[in-house]
Design a binder for this molecule. Structure first.
Ligand code: FMN
Length: 224
């Protein structure tokens, strides 16, 4: 018999993982409508994969403007928190650990996904190209589309977003998650602040590398 460390326990912060298999974040677009609420189908999906020692949820929007694909779940409403409890319970029953991936797509969105059909928000009014979003065209039907022209966030709106990340983390805790993962990659909001190609701001959140990293720094340094 071949011995594999894959099936050995390991430590992750305060947690002991039952093995070293990880489920990465995978967008499924299966939340209940209206409200982008996690549901039984999603609980089954995660339960089926809870043989993994560590799981990260699909990208989960921290606020309504953070959505860039139809039917992705959120973690900003009470209904969503209650919905996620089914998922965390099902995963914990199999002794796996699950983190919620906190997501804000920023400019990678479409007016049809935004509250009041408004322009998506971004560090700067620079449109995304070479990327598609997924929009609803009819109930349970959708198609890929080009992202809409974004508008630049004001400084006070950026400060408010930092607080929204904090609230989303608090909500994740209330929903039974063991932790959160910040989605800072793939051209979404945090990444849009960091990159000089998508951030031409002249306030404290733009310009130098230190300024472009400030949004991420403030999110991580909020007192949770
Ligand atoms: C259908 C699909 C959905 C995905 N959704 C997310 C997501 O919500 N968040 C994220 O960070 N990565 C997402 N990813 C990236 C996967 O996590 C990534 O493909 C996986 O970690 C394996 O890494 P690799 O593609 O570099 O091999 C997605 C990938 C696919 C194929």
């Amino acid at each position: 018999m071949t011995f594999s460390p894959l099936f050995e326990t390991t430590k992750l912060g305060p947690y002991t993982l039952k093995n070293r298999i990880v489920l990465p974040p995978l967008t499924r677009s299966r939340s209940s409508q209206p409200g982008n609420v996690p549901n039984k189908l999603m609980a089954n999906y995660y339960a089926q994969r809870a043989g993994a020692g560590f799981m990260v949820t699909e990208g989960t929007q921290i606020e309504p403007r953070g959505q860039g694909y139809a039917w992705t779940p959120g973690i900003h409403s009470e209904e969503q928190v209650q919905g996620w409890k089914q998922v965390t319970k099902a995963v914990h029953e199999q002794d796996s650990i699950i983190f919620c991936q906190l997501w804000h797509v920023g400019r990678v969105s479409h007016t049809s996904l935004q509250p009041n059909q408004a322009a998506p928000v971004s560090p700067s009014a620079i449109k995304a190209d070479a990327v598609k979003v997924f929009i609803e065209t009819a109930p349970e039907q959708g198609e890929l589309a080009d992202p809409s022209e974004p508008r630049a966030l004001s400084t006070s709106e950026v400060e408010a977003l930092v607080k929204m990340y904090k609230q989303a983390a608090i909500n994740a805790k209330a929903a039974g998650f063991d932790g959160v993962e910040l989605h800072c990659a793939n051209g979404y909001l945090v990444n849009q602040f960091i990159s000089e190609h998508t951030n031409d701001r002249t306030d404290k959140y733009g310009g130098s590398l230190e300024n472009r990293l400030r949004f991420l720094k403030e999110i991580t340094q909020e007192n949770y």
